[in-house]
Write a protein that binds this ligand. Structure first.
Ligand SMILES: NC(=O)c1ccc[n+]([C@@H]2O[C@H](COP(=O)([O-])OP(=O)(O)OC[C@H]3O[C@@H](n4cnc5c(N)ncnc54)[C@H](O)[C@@H]3O)[C@@H](O)[C@H]2O)c1
Length: 378
């Protein structure tokens, strides 16, 4: 694993707990974690259960005892590490967004195809049992033709103007701001549940243009000495609407300036036969409205997706004994390891990462040109 902070913790936990709850066809062995700061990476290795550490990620990729490389570093590093790992024949998991630019994303996808390795991108929210139930309801035709997909991804962790200029706020490191960081998750959920985007029109805004220089300090917290200011070069918020190839209309908002919303990743789907709602902050529950319910008893019903019949949920606890954020990563890694064992390419993968990045690029272009943009133009 390259990197060891916020996502490093989520992924390490997933590798450790995977064989505890599930019976994957292959079991992870936590061989080596890489980081540039020796005292910090050795402490992380010890705490998170990795056998060893390396200061240079290239050494990890050169090692013969490594089969899988997991990339949990900032976005500008994904392409170089993933392409080197693919050329060394390693299977790859990388965090989202796939890359800094669409060009880089395409090069990564070419590299994994050419070297015939398995690949995944960490759009972990697909793997909440309730989201999997939503997918099944749609596939079974229970919602019918989908008219609307409505998603908000709302956070508030950078609202304080003193929150420092961390990597997430620099275009050359992160590619974009709220758009690629959290909007990319809504785009993935939309592609998973509704299908491919056709065209988009959107607008992006940076509310706070300068911030004190600083760095991330675990989770979504940060530290700074507050002495020097630097320019914010990404969006703080984005709003866009979309047409899908299926004819569905999409409305989207991704912002880190929605005070009081810590990680409100939610969507609502309205179809000819019913509606579905999900909200990450109540991630075990799915709200479902079925239009042919008896008159007088119609309305959204609340399904607690913790039963044996709900995807992944049966591996944990009795019904009603809920699971959390970290479990979505276990499910993703379960699919990855089984994919390697069965020689099947799991999803979401680098192809999904490229398609996601096409939508991100089209939205940025639309925000600049102030017009509708076809996703297939990129
Ligand atoms: N799936 C999700 O829900 C989710 C959530 C948060 C972050 N992410 C993604 O995960 C990735 C990492 O984000 P994070 O929040 O863990 O970041 P972080 O700042 O918490 O951790 C980044 C790690 O990368 C290391 N690092 C930074 N620059 C490096 C470089 N040039 N070379 C080698 N190592 C370097 C840091 O030392 C640290 O260990 C990003 O791509 C981000 O978009 C995904």
């Amino acid at each position: 694993m390259i990197g060891y902070q916020f996502m490093g913790k989520a992924h390490s936990h997933a590798y450790r707990d995977l064989p505890f709850y599930f019976d994957p066809k292959l079991k992870p062995v936590l061989k080596v974690v890489s980081g540039r700061n020796e005292s910090a990476v050795s402490e992380a290795a010890e705490k998170m259960g990795w056998e060893s550490y390396e200061l240079d990620w290239r050494k990890v990729i050169e090692r013969d005892d490594i089969d899988v490389v997991d990339i949990v570093t900032p976005n500008h590093t994904h392409a170089e590490i993933a392409i080197a790992a693919a050329e060394a024949g390693k299977h790859i998991i990388t965090e989202k967004p796939l890359a800094l630019t669409l060009d880089e994303a395409r090069q990564m996808y070419e590299a994994v195809k050419k070297n015939k390795v398995k690949h995944m991108i960490c759009h972990n929210y697909r793997f909440a049992p309730a989201v999997q139930v939503a997918k099944k309801l749609i596939e079974d035709g229970r919602i019918g033709k989908i008219y609307h997909f409505r998603a908000n991804y709302l956070q508030d962790f950078i609202m304080d103007p003193e929150f420092p200029l961390v990597w997430r706020l620099k275009k050359e490191v992160s590619g974009s701001g709220s758009l690629g960081d959290i909007g990319a998750h809504s785009i993935d959920l939309a592609r998973f549940l509704v299908g491919e985007f056709d065209e988009v029109v959107g607008t992006m805004e940076t509310f706070i243009k300068e911030r004190p220089i600083g760095e991330m300090a675990g989770g979504l917290s940060a530290k700074s000495d507050k002495s020097t200011l630097g320019e914010v070069t990404v969006d703080d918020a984005v709003t866009f609407i979309a047409r899908f190839e299926s004819g569905t209309l999409g409305t989207f908002e991704a912002t880190r300036f929605a005070g009081g919303n810590r990680n409100k990743n939610k969507f609502e789907i309205n179809g000819e036969k019913g509606s579905i709602r999900w909200d990450m902050e109540n991630m075990n529950n799915l709200e479902v409205y079925i239009a042919d319910d008896e008159p007088g008893l119609q309305g959204f019903r609340l399904i607690n997706c913790t039963e044996e019949v709900h995807p992944y949920a049966g591996a944990y606890w009795p019904p009603g004994h809920i699971i959390g954020y970290e479990h979505t990563f276990i499910h993703l890694i379960y699919e990855f390891f089984n994919g390697i064992a069965d020689n099947q390419q799991p999803a979401p993968n680098f192809e999904d990462g490229v398609k996601n990045q096409q939508v991100l690029t089209a939205i940025e272009e639309s925000s600049k040109s102030k017009r509708w943009v076809k996703v297939s133009d990129f």
